[in-house]
Design a protein around this ligand. Structure first.
Ligand SMILES: [Mn+2]
Length: 299
C-alpha cells in the first residue's frame, strides 16, 4: 500500500493533502477520495467557507492510520487519496454547479469525501449521485432545514439546495437531524411534513437518540453534514452558527453508528476565518475520517 509511509511519517506540519495522503494519480485501485470544493458565493451570512478545504486539510494533520473504535485502517482499506480541489468560479453559481457535476461524473466506483464550501454545493453533487445511482437517500445533519424556497427571490443559495434536490427528483428517503434555532415562521416546521422529510430536532437527538437512529435509511445513502449542527462552542468556524448544538463527541458517535451504504459524504460550511485554534477544522477532518472508517468497515 503506497500511502503507508506517508501516514506513518511524523511530519505533522505537512499540510498539502488531507491526512498527508498521496495526491490522486492512478485511480484504478482507489475506493475513496478526498475532494475540496472551495465555493462560498451562495452564503447568506458570514462568508469564508471557500477556505474550508484548505483549513480541513490543515486540521487533518494529526489523523493517524488506525481507528480504534471501529477497528479499521480506513485509508489503507480504501486506498484513499486526495484529489485536490474542484476549480470553481467565484461569483458564478450556475457555472460552478456545472463544473462540480461534471467533475464528479468523472469518478466511477469511488466514494467522494468532500470538504466544502457552503451548502449549495450539495445540489450539484446530488445531481451527479443521481446520474450514477438513481435516487439516493439523504442523511442530513444541520441546525437548519435548508429547504426554503428562495432567499431574496433567488433559488440557488446555501439555504435552498434541499428544496431544489427534492423538486428535481434526486432523492429517495430524507432524514434530517439536529434542527434548532429561531425560524422565519411556523410554516418551516409544517413544510418538513409537506415535503415528506423526516426531521429531527436537536432535542430529539439529545433526549431520544436511539429512537432517531432507528429511522435512518438503509441502502445507498449520501451524507451531508453542515458543521453548524455542532455547537458553536465546539465548531465556531462556520457561517450561520446556532447555539445549543451537538458536542464534538456526539457528532463523531452519530457518524460511527451509520450502518447504510455510503455513496458520498460531505462536510460543509467550515469557515476557517471564524475558527479559533483550528477547533472547527480539526473536527471536520475527524468527521470525514469517521465517515471513511464506516465505509472501510463495510468493505
Ligand atoms: Mn446550516
Amino acid at each position: 500500500m503506497r500511502q503507508i509511509d506517508a501516514l506513518k511519517s511524523p511530519r505533522f506540519t505537512q499540510v498539502s493533502t488531507f491526512a498527508r495522503l498521496p495526491l490522486c494519480e492512478d485511480l484504478s485501485e482507489v475506493k475513496a477520495v478526498f475532494l475540496g470544493i472551495p465555493f462560498d458565493d451562495a452564503t447568506t451570512y458570514r462568508p469564508g467557507a471557500r477556505f474550508g478545504p484548505m483549513g480541513i486539510r490543515q486540521g487533518s494533520r494529526l489523523l493517524r492510520p488506525y481507528n480504534q473504535f471501529l477497528d479499521v485502517y480506513p485509508f489503507d482499506t480504501l486506498n484513499m487519496c486526495d484529489a485536490g480541489d474542484i476549480n470553481v468560479i467565484p461569483g458564478y453559481i450556475d457555472d460552478t454547479f456545472k463544473i462540480i457535476e461534471e467533475e464528479l461524473n468523472k469518478i466511477h466506483n469511488i466514494v467522494p469525501f468532500i470538504a466544502g464550501g457552503d451548502h449549495s454545493i450539495t445540489l450539484p453533487i446530488l445531481r451527479a449521485m443521481h446520474k450514477k445511482y438513481g435516487k439516493v437517500n439523504l442523511v442530513h445533519l444541520d441546525s437548519h432545514y435548508d429547504f426554503w424556497d428562495s432567499y431574496w427571490g433567488k433559488k440557488y443559495t446555501h439555504g435552498t439546495w434541499l428544496r431544489r434536490a427534492l423538486e428535481e427528483g434526486l432523492l429517495n428517503e430524507v432524514v434530517q437531524m439536529g434542527i434548532r434555532g429561531s425560524l422565519y415562521s411556523r410554516d418551516d416546521v409544517e413544510d418538513s411534513k409537506r415535503l415528506r422529510i423526516k426531521s429531527f430536532t436537536i432535542r430529539d437527538l439529545k433526549y431520544k437518540l436511539e429512537e432517531v437512529k432507528k429511522e435512518l435509511p438503509s441502502g445507498k445513502t449520501y451524507v451531508s453534514i453542515d458543521i453548524d449542527v455542532v455547537d458553536p462552542a465546539f465548531a465556531p468556524g462556520t457561517g450561520t452558527p446556532e447555539v445549543g448544538g451537538l458536542t464534538s463527541f456526539e457528532i463523531l458517535e452519530i457518524v460511527r453508528s451509520f450502518n447504510f451504504n455510503i455513496v458520498g459524504f460531505d462536510v460543509v460550511e467550515v469557515s476557517p476565518p471564524y475558527d479559533t485554534s483550528e477547533i472547527t477544522t480539526m473536527l471536520a477532518a475527524n468527521i470525514l475520517y469517521e465517515g471513511a472508517s464506516v465505509l472501510a468497515k463495510k468493505m
